[in-house]
Ligand binder design. Structure first.
Ligand SMILES: [Zn+2]
Length: 109
């Protein structure tokens, strides 16, 4: 999907806030990511501050949109789009941290 198609995907965002029925202004939506034939859009309702994420996919059958409410901000989503992977060392570090702090006992039977 090229950028123009991605911008046109903004027309696929919900017309109203699913929480308070405020009518969305398309200019309030942000394209978080567009890659290939998919676009991820974030919009925050100026009335109730609820955010909606819409994933829009373009395929041979047409356009498919999946939306959900979220408490993630646009900035939060920006952090998630990094391609860093979780390594074995990350898992071991987390295990040691939790074990040391005693928050949960992973070996509890
Ligand atoms: Zn709202």
């Amino acid at each position: 999907m090229n950028f123009d198609k991605a911008k046109n995907s903004l027309f696929q965002i919900p017309e109203t806030c699913p929480h308070c029925s405020h009518k969305f202004n398309k200019a309030e939506a942000s394209i978080i990511r567009h890659k290939g034939d998919s676009v991820l859009i974030h919009i925050t309702c100026p009335n109730c501050k609820i955010s909606v994420i819409s994933s829009i996919f373009l395929n041979n059958s047409g356009i498919m949109t999946v939306g959900m409410l979220t408490d993630l901000s646009k900035e939060d989503l920006g952090m998630l789009k990094s391609n860093s992977t979780i390594t074995v060392d990350d898992v071991i570090d987390m295990h040691e941290y939790i074990e040391e702090k005693g928050y949960i006992n992973l070996n509890k039977k």
